[in-house]
Design a protein around this ligand. Structure first.
Ligand SMILES: C[S@@+](CC[C@H](N)C(=O)[O-])C[C@H]1O[C@@H](n2cnc3c(N)ncnc32)[C@H](O)[C@@H]1O
Length: 212
């Protein structure tokens, strides 16, 4: 887990990327520090819990994990009873993907930089993204539309935002999220506030949405 000690360096690099700096510095940071995320972040645990509580079918599910990191979402979801599923993951950090691969829980793991999601339209029953959206320097705001594009109609999307970055107009996340809901592309089923990075008192905003 991201600790008090690792926070200043991470924050500096992530803010620099957010202001148009070199993304490779953040990729390198994740490559070096991937072990901090093994075991799953509070965001991963909360998203998996909410998703498992809101599943509407027990059919075999195709699940895409956006910013899969060390692959704890598949492990957590399986431990919460989501057994009938094939997991697919996307991440920009090769070290994160190697760690996810070692769990042998994902059918496919792709090294890609968001917002690009290299899958066809309406491909997944579920798209999950923990700790990756609406966080400075990480996935850009266009990622949400891409996630909706690859989700099947009536499929579920479950994701976390950083509450303070969502509320900051500069980020553009609140505006984009609201527009996509107002256009009827997704419907909010669950919206909850909970812990996100406890060591920094950063709070998360968690959603389960349904694609129309
Ligand atoms: C804070 S970690 C969260 C990892 C995991 N989902 C969890 O909650 O434990 C964010 C992850 O998103 C990935 N990521 C961030 N921005 C990305 C981007 N633009 N494209 C692809 N992956 C990205 C990082 O490499 C990292 O693995």
């Amino acid at each position: 887990m991201l600790s008090q000690k690792d926070w200043p360096e991470y924050k500096k690099i992530a803010q620099n990327v957010e202001q148009g700096g070199n993304r490779d510095l953040l990729i390198n940071w994740y490559d070096q520090k991937y072990q901090l995320f093994e075991g799953g972040s509070p965001a991963a645990r909360k998203c998996c819990e909410l998703l498992s509580q809101n599943l509407i079918t027990s059919d075999h599910l195709q699940i895409l994990d956006v910013g899969c990191g060390t692959g704890d979402q598949a492990r957590l979801l399986q431990s919460l009873g989501v057994q009938e599923a094939s997991f697919y993951g996307i991440d920009m950090s090769k070290a994160m993907l190697e760690s996810a691969k070692s769990r042998k829980l994902y059918k496919e793991l792709i090294n890609s930089i968001l917002p690009d999601i290299p899958y066809p339209d309406c491909h997944f029953d579920i798209v999950i993204s923990a700790g990756t959206l609406c966080s400075p320097g990480n996935a850009p705001v266009e990622t949400l539309s891409e996630m909706i594009r690859v989700t099947k109609p009536i499929g579920l999307l479950c994701f976390s935002y950083r509450l303070n970055w969502f509320e900051n107009e500069e980020s553009g996340w609140k505006k984009t999220h609201k527009q996509l809901v107002q256009k009827g592309l997704i419907k909010e089923l669950v919206r909850q506030i909970d812990a996100y990075i406890p060591s920094q008192n950063i709070i998360g905003l968690y959603f389960v949405c349904q694609k129309k």
